[in-house]
Design a protein around this ligand. Structure first.
Ligand code: HAM
Length: 425
């Protein structure tokens, strides 16, 4: 036997047993996002490499180490998207969606980053994201945060997550703050780890994001970004906080929250949970008012977020009542005995499907006696088995066996069952 292939490390199959959880999550997302009037956008998985370098930033972990980049047969450098914002902006500019317009967009799909795989961190993972364009005020920041808060409520883990907020200020204010930070960390250069020493030159703000516990004290004593904001950003941030309070959305201000992508200004936020170990950030986002212009469009403010669906699935799996929320793959299993019954059953099941497009029917295939077929029915998730043998066919009848309830088998006429099936289920 030749050696069987394995999936690429960090890229996972979604097996049938997991599909109901994914479908539940996706259905909740679609319902919540449409209740806020957002429109779906689907962009290609592969984009021009420069799109990501210029938006996410050359000196970021994603661009420096994590992108799946390749040269195609036409000698173009292409990259499998590591995130969704850049492509949304690119598509918006290219298709004239952003020019003097306001947009509320959302997307869902796979993203690719060559990180070290561990629980909650994968090389192919899935994001649901929302992006808004053309809104200057903090009302849109609050709306996006309220949308995510509503999703946690719908999914049933609102008490398990915490909203962390910060403001990065304007680009100018951030540059001035950066200089202060460089001065502070240069004075304490010996205390920095190797990674942070390197970041001091390339991207000093990211030192604040270090997960090294040995740096905790040094970082907490560093000058605070929130204390060096420009007046406009300060006002924006205060108004956002007020709006969240009006909406009864609890938050904590985390002055070291800086995010790992370069396009942000003003508001940044993350939803974090302590229930997932190291990969506790389930959703992250903020404003990126300069990005559209930076990528060749007319200056247009932007704000959005993206969440990691695998991490949310891990949270859902911890719920004891999860199975009750999931839809089952089969509701009704049809057992037929003999060729005539099998053919008649096939015709009858199509009639049932005509009348009940939302009910899931499965007809037994592969023959065998009733005992074997009922065993299969029992193994499926079906609530009832329909029995069609020679007698039933002759009498235009159908037997109904209850698979999950302690009830006697009953027989109905085939036409009565078409009328009564939803009550019986
Ligand atoms: P990000 O922080 O890079 O931001 O990713 C957003 C979320 O995606 C993370 O909080 C995490 O839940 C999930 N995620 C990231 N990497 C992985 C991974 N390797 N495995 C599993 N989940 C992962 C962005 O991508 C921005 N585009 C968000 C945004 C949209 N900002 C404004 N608009």
């Amino acid at each position: 036997m030749s050696k069987a292939f394995q999936a690429i490390k960090g890229m996972n199959d979604c097996l049938p047993e997991m599909s109901p959880i994914w479908q539940h999550l996706e259905a909740c997302i679609r319902q919540v996002v449409s209740s806020y009037g957002y429109s779906e956008i689907r962009t290609p998985i592969v984009e021009n490499t420069q799109l990501f370098c210029r938006s996410i930033g050359e000196v970021t972990d994603i661009v420096e180490k994590e992108m799946y980049t390749f040269v195609d047969k036409g000698e173009d450098s292409l990259t499998m998207r590591p995130e969704g914002t850049a492509a949304c902006v690119r598509a918006g500019i290219q298709n004239g969606l952003l020019y003097n317009q306001q947009q509320r967009l959302w997307y869902m799909g796979p993203m690719f980053r060559r990180e070290k795989p561990q629980k909650g961190r994968y090389r192919q993972f899935h994001q649901f994201g929302a992006e808004s364009f053309g809104f200057n005020g903090p009302d849109i920041d609050a709306e996006l945060i309220a949308l995510t808060a509503r999703l946690w409520k719908t999914l049933g883990f609102a008490d398990d997550v915490e909203l962390q907020l910060n403001s990065l200020g304007s680009n100018q204010a951030r540059e001035a703050y950066k200089a202060l930070l460089v001065e502070y960390f240069t004075e304490n250069f010996e205390l920095l780890d190797e990674d942070s020493q390197r970041r001091l030159k390339s991207n000093p703000l990211r030192i604040l994001d270090s997960k090294n516990p040995a740096l905790k004290e040094l970082i907490s004593a560093a000058p605070k970004l929130t204390e060096h904001l420009d007046e406009e950003s300060k006002r924006h941030f205060t108004l956002l906080c007020e709006k969240l309070e009006q909406l009864d959305i609890a938050y904590v201000i985390n002055p070291t929250l800086v995010r790992g992508l370069d396009y942000y200004n003003r508001t940044v936020f993350e939803w974090v949970t302590s229930s997932l170990g190291a990969q506790g950030t389930i959703c992250a986002g903020g404003r990126y008012d300069g990005l559209v212009e930076q990528l060749g469009g007319q200056a247009t403010p932007g704000c959005g977020f993206a969440m990691g669906l695998e991490r949310i699935i891990l949270l859902l799996e911890q719920q004891s009542d999860l199975s009750a929320k999931l839809s089952l793959p089969v509701d009704v299993y049809i057992c037929t005995l003999g060729e005539t019954a099998e053919a008649a059953g096939g015709v009858y099941i199509e009639k049932l499907r005509d009348s009940y497009p939302l009910i899931k029917f499965q007809q037994h295939c592969g023959g065998g006696n009733f005992k074997k077929q009922l065993k299969k029915a029992d193994k499926s998730s079906a609530k009832i088995a329909l029995i069609l043998g020679d007698d039933e066919i002759k009498n235009q009848a159908v037997g109904i066996k209850f698979l999950r309830e302690d009830k006697q088998q009953i027989t109905l006429s085939q036409s009565d069952l078409i009328e009564q099936l939803s009550q019986i289920l």
